[in-house]
Design a protein around this ligand. Sequence first.
Ligand SMILES: Cc1cc2nc3c(=O)[nH]c(=O)nc-3n(C[C@H](O)[C@H](O)[C@H](O)COP(=O)(O)OP(=O)(O)OC[C@H]3O[C@@H](n4cnc5c(N)ncnc54)[C@H](O)[C@@H]3O)c2cc1C
Length: 640
Amino acid sequence: MAKELEHISEGESRKVAEASRETEWKQPSFLREMFLGNFRLDLIHPYPQPVEERAEFSAFYNAIKEFLRDEVDSVEIDVTGEYPEHVLDGFRKLGAFGMKIPKKYGGLGFSNIEYQKVMQLLGSLDGNLSALLSAHQSIGVPQPLKLFGSETLKKKYLPRCAAGEISAFALTEPQVGSDPARLQTSAEKTPEGDYILNGEKLWCTNGTLAKLLVVMARDPESKKISAFVVETAWPGVKIEHRCHFMGLRALANAVISFKNVRVPAENLIGDEGKGLKIALTTLNDGRLSIPNGSVGTCKLCLEICRKWSSERVQWGKPVGKHEAIAHKIADMAATTFAMESIVRLATEMSDHGGYDIRLEAAACKEWSTDRTWEIVDDTMQIRGGRGYETETSLAARGEEPIGVERMMRDYRINKIFEGSSEIMHLFMAREAVDKHLQVAGAMIDPEKSVAEKLSELPKMAAFYGTWYPTRWLGWGQWPRYQEFGALATHLRFCERNTRRLSRQIFHGMLVHQGKLQHKQAFLFRVVDIANELFAMAASVARAHGMEEAGHAEAANAAELADLFCRNARRKVVRLFHDLWANDDVRKYKVALRVLDGKHAWLEEGILGLEARATNLKPETVAGGKIEPLPMPKVRPVGTH
Ligand SMILES: Cc1cc2nc3c(=O)[nH]c(=O)nc-3n(C[C@H](O)[C@H](O)[C@H](O)COP(=O)(O)OP(=O)(O)OC[C@H]3O[C@@H](n4cnc5c(N)ncnc54)[C@H](O)[C@@H]3O)c2cc1C
């Protein structure tokens, strides 16, 4: 099969992705409406107010917080590159591997909001632990089984997962990163109805610890992809290699091979041929863990910067009072408020039902990881040299072990896995143009004949005849939204610019026609505008909700919402401008020339990649492991 897959074209990859897209929108989505030019404030306002925590959850939350504070040494986990047994056992005893698993299958039966509160807590302390728990239950066996598994599969495996048998999600392969069309692992059906699995999976998080895997594999005949629960103890399953990374050093990440592994028929998840859809839906649903963790990371950054910038005096005053640093701190607070506003909103919506949050979850993932990376970078800058120094080194010379360098190493991967930033943009962009493709797709399809195009005209006239003029005619001026007080102006901006955004998407289609799908710079700006408007609206709705509820911090929230919106408005204006005034074509041409080696001359004067490959000593490669550093006992700064 490898040979057949070598020449998969962009069009074929697109077809596979398109076939696994969830095309129906049974429930409303704030962002989908926005792409159509409808600013549906009613979908996010009133902003959901926190309800009193259930006693059962509070007891768990306090217990895990105490456990993390008293029993977990995140520096040790980072330096040794291993999860200590007592931490894994502690999680098992607490029931942390079954937070999202319904009680009837032995789990704790938490809501998404409850589960994500724990993810936020972990995001402020330890990326390795976040990844362990999240890979197990946000995307590992429990999640697809909950969504698509038969009762037999649920009964068989969910209690084991809840009890702490660690699971993992295995989609990626050496040739399959963002492009599942190239998937090569095969699942051949036997006459008895079982499946024989052959192939290799790459970068499977939890893989070296896992007892259970969700594996996506392809029928060699029909080429259709299915999803299976596979037990790692079965004959033919082998951990080939443990992967090591820049951060998340304890990640139990593996290359796993499958050689004639017999998978019983009942271990098929959902229907045959629906594996990719199951994988992508699992990711859609599990996608809120990273943003919730990111909120935790940003809150810790804020605490670090607030304290350090007040204490550290240079040039006659605390560094936080020099304007350059002060501005970073203000932006950090405002962005953290906005991030929490969208992430909490999407998480509440996912629990509440009645909403389709595919786009909101993707927006949270993309926007939060990009913003958090900037915030972590600013935190390192504000901590200066100490930001770059390891916790062990800081502790050894008597300073507070604040691990910004660990945070930076651990955080970076969030922009890559569970749907990279680029793939999140593409996913959202596809939905942004969806309605237009439904109505006018034939007109821009080069494969359609003139007659076919003409036959579509009445449908187009009926839709655009009313849709387009009304995208100009809404009212986004005073006194609309005046119940929001000083923040109303930002909602009016959102309303006007939502309609403007939808017009620009339509104009983009008219100008670029069939080529629009390749105009990533245009489409990504469209998505960036939508994300900023979403974050603005959610921030205002939340601040207003706090005021209505008589929250003690309502005025402070309004201050942060206002600053965030002011920043976002400038960004939106710039992005709209750049839609039509840019160097996109020129840049693409230059990139092609760079790829073609025309600018290889610029790489002169370095010891390049070739030198590195020949320098690497075989014993270093064989070890493949980062040696632990000598380590004084330190307690990392985190949630305590
Ligand atoms: C630490 C770690 C843990 C992981 N855990 C798991 C796991 O548990 N299970 C699992 O199945 N996988 C896992 N992965 C794999 C991860 O999901 C992939 O790395 C990710 O999907 C990206 O694939 P890739 O690295 O092959 O990049 P590629 O797909 O090769 O992409 C390279 C770059 O090109 C961009 N790109 C790709 N296609 C397009 C396009 N059409 N348009 C624009 N840009 C594009 C990408 O965004 C990226 O920037 C893990 C990876 C790492 C590093």
